[in-house]
Ligand binder design. Sequence first.
Ligand code: FES
Length: 82
Amino acid sequence: MIHFLFEGKSLQATEGQSLAAALLANQERITRYTRGKSKPRGIFCGIGVCFDCLLIVDGVSNQRSCLVEVKDGMQVRIQDGA
Ligand code: FES
């Protein structure tokens, strides 16, 4: 098991898991808020097509959580807008 931070909370994950899978396993459903109306979005397609699962990973925005492998010590934030 490894640990990563999501919105300041320490969560567990299995090495080799995608960040999206790790978030779902921890009951976390929201990855970003839309521009303009700030509607919540989360994992939808799971294969890198819809861009609904964007997050900020280690300070880098627009990371698709379904394509990013979770790493020990990774710091993940919800993305608000663009
Ligand atoms: S869930 Fe669709 S791009 Fe990640």
